[in-house]
Design a protein around this ligand. Sequence first.
Ligand SMILES: *Cc1c(COP(=O)(O)O)cnc(C)c1O
Length: 400
Amino acid sequence: MPSTKTGAEARKGANGARGKQRFDDVVSVVRALEPSYPVYCLRPELLTQTAKRFASMFPGTVLYAVKCNPHPAVLDAIYRGGIRHFDTASLPEIAQICDTYPDAHAYFMHPVKARAVIRMTHSAYGIRHFVIDHEDELHKVLEETGGQDIVVIVRLKTEDTGDSLYNLASKFGALPDEAAALLRTASEHGCKTGLAFHIGSQCREPKVYRQALALVGSVIAKAGVEIECLDVGGGFPANYANAVVPPLESYMAEIRSGLKDIGLKPTVSLFAEPGRALVAAGCSLLTQVQLRKGERLYINDGIYGSLSEMMQVDIRMPVRLIRLEGEASQRLRPFSLNGPTCDSLDVIPGTFELPEDVREGDWIEIDQVGAYSNALATHFNGFYPETFVEVHDAPPAAET
Ligand SMILES: *Cc1c(COP(=O)(O)O)cnc(C)c1O
């Protein structure tokens, strides 16, 4: 019978507030913990290095989008990479950033905010940047902050080109004419102004940024207002098993061209808000096979836990088998991965190639799960992935 430890036993050491257990590699994690519960394996050096690399390439200020992965160890690693600006969307996110990093700046990038939260974040945390996409929200911000020394950033709706896996413009954003009118109204009230857009997460086509910047150019011309900042949003992609995406360089090149096209004044501060591109590769997930039924593997994490993205959009994370005793077969065949809850929906779409003799007690490492994983996990049915360890293996050469 494969020996495994329960969560309670092993978590004791593994999960101190920030004092996570450190391991040389993922196999060492399996040896030490033999976990029957899912374990996130964070790679802090890779997170730090990815943040540095992005910041060195982007011609402006990088704001990390906290919602993508707000785990304290992830934020620490990104902070160590030099990131001091954060895209936040709620009072808890703003409090987390400002209370943890006294020299960091949070920006309130949600177009719909509770009045009390606008007031509180402005007075208690000194937040100055607020995103809006509607006139009523502009008045809420003006009333609750007093309108002095704030920057009103108008979120612009971009066209859905179908190149991103999520279309964030379906929910937020002002049309060009509305955006120009909002800029003028904010400016008339004595506010500094800015424009922002988000072309959708996991954007696979770099040109989309240049197209969005052309729209920004037309709105600035229409508004006749000097903006103070321009925010090109997130959307920068990560590599998954089913998607080799263009290199980050080509996204930066399109952004530079787009800025040149519209002749943006060099005095305008430029922001980006990457989430996924900074953290996807910095974490993998160790799961265990609880039962095999033919080609079905029942594992201990699923769509209500860390893996909901594979349900919602066409993202396929790479997998590998880890077995402590004996070698697994070299021959691969497709298996379905079934999550731990009683819900029959809790099955990851499609199949995964794994050794044909995979069996109960084997571990499956699912890679590239740093983005929108722990941040989205629920407690449904009593299953909740909450164990984090640090792994200090060498980052893959391609990322250096
Ligand atoms: C979610 C979000 C981001 C991060 O998006 P990614 O696609 O993960 O880079 C950035 N900005 C805003 C406003 C968002 O809502």
